[in-house]
Design a protein around this ligand. Sequence first.
Ligand SMILES: [Zn+2]
Length: 82
Amino acid sequence: MILAQAGTLVVCPNGHRICRVAKDIVIPGKVRAELFCDWHYRFPRKFSAYDPIPDCPECGEAFLRPNATLGRWQLHTADGWR
Ligand SMILES: [Zn+2]
């Protein structure tokens, strides 16, 4: 299953533009920073490709969340959670 295709715009739940999806995100799979590009913010802390992904620098909301019921990650885009 493809959670998000390359090029998808990632926005936080409050509408702040975060980044784009760099390569198709396949579920199941690990969600890592290397899957994203075109970061809209300078993050206060540097993170590497394998670090956990930070929350929205503007409002602190998560734009990625684990969903135990679905058994996978969810990503927030302009269309909402997917
Ligand atoms: Zn935000």
